[in-house]
Design a protein around this ligand. Structure first.
Ligand code: DGL
Length: 261
């Protein structure tokens, strides 16, 4: 079984890519909805949550774990690797490398939570992979919460998003990295603002390919999906249609359940 976790709904964008790439794998999605958003928390808090959830997923029998959250990966994937030696782990990091490679203007932007935006790990990723490309990092507080509350096409939020994107586009950024898994669900709203001046870069497909490489026998199951949440599991399940993921409901093994409370 593959365990995939996030603070809330965002990691469902990664789950969807994995479910498509590995249709027979059994998947366990864990949303830490009692503590979302992670992006406004300090590193120690995020690390403690990531370690507790990672160990819980391992105890449930997960033989591959995906940290489907840029914020959790930046703050705690290294600590989780230390705690779960030998267990294959996949983290999610902003697509700086593909964006820098695809940029024609030599300018890219990364949209991320406040926690990811100030992280050492993002600074190192940019240092290692942006080459001569100029990278603007834009913290977007509150955006993940918009997704959690399913305000995916709210006009006030569109104005707020425009205020963040306008200076980046004016500066010539032609690749905008979605550096938080929640932002994948804002793609239609963001695409309307960007209006072909830039490409939105998301790494869910790349993460799914990495899972295919690491899965081995974990790829072979009955294609069942289990949903767990630390608060309001019913909301997690009910959000699937609003997020364009109704097709995942067919794989559900039962109703979403509370866990690790
Ligand atoms: N989905 C998460 C990420 O990729 C975190 C959002 C949040 O909880 O603030 O960064």
């Amino acid at each position: 079984m593959i365990g995939i976790f996030d603070s809330g709904l965002g990691g469902l964008s990664v789950l969807a890519a994995i479910a498509s790439a590995l249709p027979q794998a059994d998947l366990l999605y864990f949303a830490d909805t009692a503590h979302v958003p992670y992006g406004d928390r300090d590193d120690a808090f995020i690390r403690q949550r990531v370690l507790a959830i990672g160990k819980h997923l391992a105890a449930q029998g997960c033989t591959l774990i995906v940290v489907a959250c840029n914020t959790a990966t930046a703050a705690a994937v290294a600590a989780l690797r230390e705690q779960l030696p030998g267990l294959p782990l996949v983290g999610v990091e902003p697509g700086v490398k593909p964006a820098a490679a695809a940029s024609r203007s030599g300018r890219i932007a990364v949209l991320a939570t406040a926690s990811t935006a100030r992280s050492q790990r993002l600074a190192q990723l940019i240092e290692a992979h942006a080459g001569g490309v100029q990278v603007a990092v834009e913290a977007c507080p509150g955006w993940a919460t918009r997704v959690e509350t399913l305000q995916l096409d709210d006009p006030d939020f569109a104005d707020e998003a425009r205020r963040h994107l306008a200076p980046l586009l004016a500066a010539g950024a032609d690749q905008i990295v979605l550096g938080c898994t929640h932002y994948a669900f804002l793609r239609p709203l963001l695409e309307a603002i960007v209006a072909q001046r830039a490409t939105l870069v998301d790494v869910a497909e790349a993460v799914a390919r990495q899972c295919v490489r690491l899965a081995g026998a974990t790829a072979l199951g009955q294609g069942r999906l289990t949903l767990l949440a630390t608060a309001h599991p019913e909301r997690l399940q009910a959000a699937l249609p609003a997020l364009g993921l109704s097709w995942l409901s067919d794989r559900l093994s039962g109703a979403a359940r509370l866990a690790l409370t």
